[in-house]
Design a protein around this ligand. Sequence first.
Ligand SMILES: Cc1cc2nc3c(=O)[nH]c(=O)nc-3n(C[C@H](O)[C@H](O)[C@H](O)COP(=O)(O)OP(=O)(O)OC[C@H]3O[C@@H](n4cnc5c(N)ncnc54)[C@H](O)[C@@H]3O)c2cc1C
Length: 388
Amino acid sequence: MDFSTTDQQDQIRRAIRDLCAGFGDEYWRELDRKREYPERFVRALTDAGWLAALIPADYGGAGLGVADAAVIIEEINRSGGNAASAHAQMYTMGTLLRHGSEDQKRGYLPRIAKGQLRLQAFGVTEPEAGSETTRLRTAAVRKGDRYVVNGKKVFISRAEHSDLLLLLARTTPYEELEDKTEGLSIFMVDLRRAVADGRITVRPIDTMLNHHTTELFIQDLEIPARDLIGQEGQGFRHIIDSWNVERILIASEALGDGRWFVERAAKYAGDRVVFGRPIGANQGVQFPIAQAHARLEAATLLRDKAAWLFDHGKPCGPEANMAKLLASQASWDAANAALDTHGGYGFAAEYDVERKFRETRLLLVAPISNNLVLAYIGQNVLGMPRSY
Ligand SMILES: Cc1cc2nc3c(=O)[nH]c(=O)nc-3n(C[C@H](O)[C@H](O)[C@H](O)COP(=O)(O)OP(=O)(O)OC[C@H]3O[C@@H](n4cnc5c(N)ncnc54)[C@H](O)[C@@H]3O)c2cc1C
């Protein structure tokens, strides 16, 4: 077994570190304080081609694998930044890539790769359905050469900062389905136009972190039938493919956060002197940091395995889900160790620990809550009885 990283991955890591060095703690702290979108950072990432990492070279992207993309995302969060501002572009585009027609791919991907179009918004969650995606109600009714969509979405992130929205909507009523995973379809929506025409109203949701998530109210939105991605009624299956990539990249965000917490905590534990010695000399301070480091290392192995399987065209659902579970838990342990290590200063915004603490907490819940990951492992991997 070879656990070494490739030269290409080492180069990517260095390049992302260099780029992120231009966006230090103060940049992210100030954005967090003002709840502003990291426009300059996202522009720099886009201009350097990193957000087009997973777009094949034929369509103007870098043609990298998920293992490479994981390095990009991990390094952003390890630098103290937050890849959530842009990560969706990487994984949502997989649905278009795998299930879009050649015309759709030629129409969108090169412009996304060049940074002329942003595909940052993914519209799945609804207030009533919650985690039960097969219960979505937003309906897309076919009328001639178009679909007319009505419904409501909640927690749709970056809708104010994206040109396009990948939308999951119901094309067959739930009651008429034998297989309840069918009946949903994916559409590419021109979000800017839909908002300008008053067909989608975007209402920001204030959250505990700087995340730019919103509610969408969709009223008589007309989508040309040519903007259906893949097969009508198979939308749920189409997005499941990209969910594995999402899980791997979210695990990478958590790992980056976790590394940041461990590095900051270890440094502070060495510097802060109380009772005549560095606080890190006390096992009560040192061991939680060491434990967090060990957990991060273990989660990294599973993330790397999941990415390797995906890049080699092999099934990776269990590994991708377990990587997300373990990485988000490891990062949360590291966050708590870092907060405890910093004592009262952990709560002071200027140390950035409280900001990263809030940011990494999200990963236990979204884009999928860890309970649902455990249910997937229990039911789909271990074959135990279903709760739903
Ligand atoms: C900041 C933020 C950004 C987001 N961005 C997006 C986005 O861009 N696009 C998008 O589509 N969605 C987005 N989401 C939504 C996110 O994916 C959901 O919040 C998440 O999937 C959970 O759904 P819910 O909030 O409806 O919780 P619910 O489904 O109501 O669940 C509430 C709690 O009950 C638990 N639970 C529910 N059912 C079970 C069960 N069967 N077994 C055990 N436990 C269960 C859950 O684990 C959870 O802890 C975002 C959410 C947040 C907070």
